[in-house]
Design a protein around this ligand. Structure first.
Ligand code: C2O
Ligand code: CU
Ligand code: CU
Length: 473
């Protein structure tokens, strides 16, 4: 399907014909905009396989290299699924980088399609930001340089090719990129094997175990929840605090994550790194592209407890995410300090712009649009000046997780009842709910050039819900 083709029905979560099988029950309400597909094979019992953690490439030590190639992954137990992977793996290796030090990542394309690499949340010059038409062709090699002039944060990298991002990410092209810095290191937070990156993504499988990419202009939702590439894994944890870096790498699914039995999820960071102060939640909502860094204290559970991470937006197979198997109490000198970092409000804004994320008609066809227009490469809709603070007013019709490249922003207010204070720290993706308005303060620095603002429901993005802005001096 090409984004210029007619969109079918655009609605909330809709009943879908599955991958060969119609989906009959357990539709996840209207918590995500998308169509839920049902796998055409029998789903396994959850929590039968251990969580794995992607291998680490240390880009702080020197250039690293990634071969993008087809691979096989055991996402479901006993079933080999062909994937496209960074290093042939899903998720790709975790890149570790250091604030203030450039990270150089050399990508080789051994996939059957052109690719574009984007570092989501990266403060990246335009030439290496992964513009959707700036492709790495078949057989090509290319070095992406990420200067690292940004604070510690949980970032991720994924494919960003024009009209094809949904399919490429669905097949496996996603991984973590973690930036560390002295400020984060100096905090007494859980570290090493008690610092778990968790890449959460839903998928649906064809009868042969493949990840057929179904077509749904509203967004593709699967019936299997994977964490770090495995369906509903379990993790053996000590009775101690853990830092969990939650990333929603799903194409279109939104999650509301909670512990069962209930327990506190203490948020310490968001898309752009540490919050000023920790925030204790019963549950955290995560739209595609968003990250939440949190600390969970498993020492509060009795040894031997099984603690599920559940998605309270889901039902049936999409309600379970993973399970923590709590071991005996362990020595733990970590704490969550009352002050984590300093998040200064941006200076007074100099102008306001409005971006509407709505479905609409173009040339008699329905499409996903920004301010009534489909994405037009090379035609900037805004020219913010470096160093200026601007207020961007965002409005939505349905669920649209809006993502801004180049720099993190601050949320000034949101909600259909008008703005309200909301200390979300530094964000690069904001989860707009149906008929919502939000105001964000943006301020770009360092690099002039073409960047993107788009919906991170990947099917909406591929169907042109994207706009270009050009930063200027
Ligand atoms: Cu995570 Cu423009 O993308
Ligand atoms: Cu991005
Ligand atoms: Cu959208």
């Amino acid at each position: 399907m090409n984004r210029r083709h007619v969109l079918g029905l655009i609605g909330g979560a809709a009943v879908a014909t599955g991958i060969g099988v119609p989906f009959a029950t357990g539709i996840a309400g209207s918590t995500s905009t998308g169509r839920q597909f049902r796998s055409a094979l029998r789903l396994p019992k959850p929590f039968t396989r251990p969580l794995t953690v992607p291998r680490v490439l240390d880009a702080a030590a020197g250039p690293v290299s990634i071969v993008q190639r087809p691979g096989m992954a055991e996402i479901l137990p006993g079933i080999q699924t062909p994937i496209w992977g960074y290093g042939g793996e899903f998720p790709g290796p975790t890149i570790r980088a250091r604030s203030g030090r450039p990270a150089i990542v050399e990508h080789h394309n051994d996939l059957p399609v052109p690719v574009v690499v984007h570092l989501h949340g990266g403060h990246t010059p335009p030439g290496d930001d992964g513009y959707p038409t700036d492709v790495l062709p078949l057989g090509g090699i290319r070095r992406y340089t990420y200067p690292g002039q940004q604070r510690a944060a949980t970032l991720w990298y994924h494919d960003h090719r024009m009209d094809a991002t949904g399919q490429s990410v669905w097949r496996g092209l996603a991984g973590f990129h973690l930036i560390g810095d002295d400020e984060d290191d100096a905090l007494p937070l859980p570290r090493a094997e008690r610092d778990l990156p968790l890449l959460i993504a839903d998928r649906a499988f064809a009868a042969d175990g493949s990840l057929a990419y179904p077509q749904a202009a509203e967004g593709v939702l699967g019936d299997v929840i994977t964490v770090n590439g495995r369906a509903w894994p379990y993790a053996e944890v000590a009775g101690a605090r853990y830092r969990v870096r939650l990333l929603n790498a799903s194409n279109a699914r939104r999650y509301r994550l909670a512990l069962d039995p209930p327990g506190a999820i203490v948020q310490i960071g968001s898309d752009g790194g540490l919050l000023g102060r920790p925030v204790t939640h019963d549950a955290v909502e995560l739209a595609p592209g968003e990250r939440v860094d949190a600390v969970v204290d498993f020492g509060r559970y009795r040894p031997g407890s099984a603690v599920r991470l559940v998605n309270t937006f889901g039902s049936g197979s999409t309600r379970d995410v993973m399970r923590f198997q709590v071991g005996s109490r362990a020595a733990d000198d970590s704490t969550v300090p009352a002050r984590l970092s300093t998040v200064d409000p941006l200076p007074t804004p100099t102008r306001t712009r409005t971006f509407r994320f709505h479905a609409g008609g173009v040339h008699g066809m329905k499409g996903w649009l920004v301010n009534g227009e489909p994405f037009r490469p090379g035609v900037p809709v805004a020219r913010p000046r470096l160093g200026d603070t601007e207020v961007w007013e965002l409005t939505s019709d349905l669920h649209h997780p809006v993502h801004v490249h180049l720099g993190q922003f601050q949320v000034l207010g949101r909600g259909i009842r008008g703005p309200g204070a909301h200390d979300a720290g530094w964000k690069d993706t904001i989860d707009l709910r149906p008929a919502e308005q939000a105001r964000i303060a943006v301020r770009f620095t360092d690099y002039t050039g073409r960047y993107l603002l788009h919906c991170h429901n990947l099917e909406h993005e591929d169907m042109a819900m994207m706009a270009e802005f050009e930063t200027t001096r």
